[in-house]
Design a protein around this ligand. Structure first.
Ligand SMILES: C[S@@+](CC[C@H](N)C(=O)[O-])C[C@H]1O[C@@H](n2cnc3c(N)ncnc32)[C@H](O)[C@@H]1O
Length: 235
C-alpha cells in the first residue's frame, strides 16, 4: 500500500496544489485560527504583525504552521511530493534549516525507513508533529501515531486532520486509500495508545467537496466532514 501511495502521489505532485487549492486555503485558515487550542509555544502567534514573520521575504501561505515555527521537517513517501515541498520552501526564501522535506516512511512495519536517516538526533525532540490528510492512506494509522509521538519532546503536541467516517470512495486515488475516514473514538484511542492522550480534543471543521473524488452515476458529489485533533505527550 505504501508503494501504491508513492506511485500515485508521484503522479499527482505537479497538480496537487492546483486541485486542492480551496481545501488547503480553508484548512490553513482553520488551523491558524486555533493556535491556542493546538497549544504549542509558537515562535510567533500574532498572525500579521509579528516582526519575525514580516522579516521573511514572503510569508508562507501553503504550510499552515510555517510562520509560527522555527523549523519544519516534512516526511513523505513520494519523491515528487517531497520535491514540491522543497521548491515551495525555496521559492518562499526559506533555508533548509527552516523548512525541508525528506523521502521516507515513518510508519513502515519493520521500523522507520530509511532507518539510518531517521536515527539522526535532528529527527527527535519536536514541539509538534502533524499529519495532514495522511492517516487514511496509511496501512496502520495507529502505528504512525506511535512513531510520531516517539519523536516529540515531553509535552510536545500531535496534531492531525483527516476525514470522519464516510461512504465508499470512488476516485482517481481509490487504490491509495485504505480507511474510509476515522471515527472520533478511534482517533482518541489512537492518541491515548500512542502516548499523546493528554488534553485530547477533536473539532469537526465542516464539510468539504473533494476535487478529484467522483460521485457514482446519478448521485451527488460526496461531502466529507473534516476533523482536527490534538493531544500532548506527557511531560
Ligand atoms: C492527501 S496527501 C497530503 C499531503 C500533505 N500532507 C499536504 O497537505 O499537502 C497524503 C500524503 O501521504 C503520503 N503517504 C502515503 N503513505 C505514506 C507513508 N506510508 N509514508 C509517508 N508518506 C505517505 C502520500 O505520498 C501523500 O503525499
Amino acid at each position: 500500500m505504501a508503494e501504491a501511495n508513492r506511485l500515485h502521489f508521484n503522479e499527482e505532485a505537479s497538480t496537487y496544489d492546483a486541485k486542492h487549492g480551496k481545501l488547503n486555503e480553508r484548512l490553513t485558515e482553520e488551523i491558524r485560527s486555533r493556535l491556542d487550542w493546538i497549544g504549542v509555544d509558537w515562535a510567533s502567534d500574532d498572525d500579521d504583525s509579528d516582526e519575525e514573520v514580516e522579516s521573511k521575504p514572503t510569508k508562507p501561505r501553503r504550510e499552515a504552521l510555517a510562520p509560527y515555527t522555527t523549523q519544519s521537517i516534512g516526511v513523505d513517501i513520494s519523491e515528487n511530493m517531497v520535491a514540491a515541498y522543497n521548491s515551495r520552501a525555496e521559492n518562499q526564501g526559506l533555508s533548509r534549516d527552516e523548512m525541508h522535506a525528506v523521502v521516507g516512511d515513518l510508519a513502515a512495519a519493520d521500523g522507520p525507513q530509511p532507518s539510518e536517516l531517521f536515527a539522526d538526533p535532528r529527527f527527535f525532540g519536536f514541539d509538534i508533529a502533524t499529519v495532514g490528510g495522511g492517516l487514511h492512506h496509511f496501512a496502520e494509522p495507529e502505528l504512525a501515531a506511535e512513531r510520531l509521538v516517539e519523536r516529540l519532546r515531553p509535552g510536545g503536541v500531535l496534531l492531525v486532520w483527516d476525514f470522519l467516517p464516510h461512504g465508499p470512495h470512488h476516485g482517481l486515488n481509490a487504490h491509495a486509500v485504505i480507511h474510509h475516514g476515522l471515527s472520533e473514538e478511534r482517533v482518541r484511542k489512537m492518541f491515548e495508545h500512542a502516548g499523546a492522550g493528554k488534553g485530547f480534543s477533536l473539532e469537526v471543521l465542516g464539510s468539504g467537496l473533494m476535487p478529484g473524488h467522483y460521485a457514482e452515476e446519478g448521485k451527488e458529489l460526496p461531502k466529507r466532514q473534516i476533523f482536527l485533533a490534538r493531544g500532548e505527550k506527557a511531560a
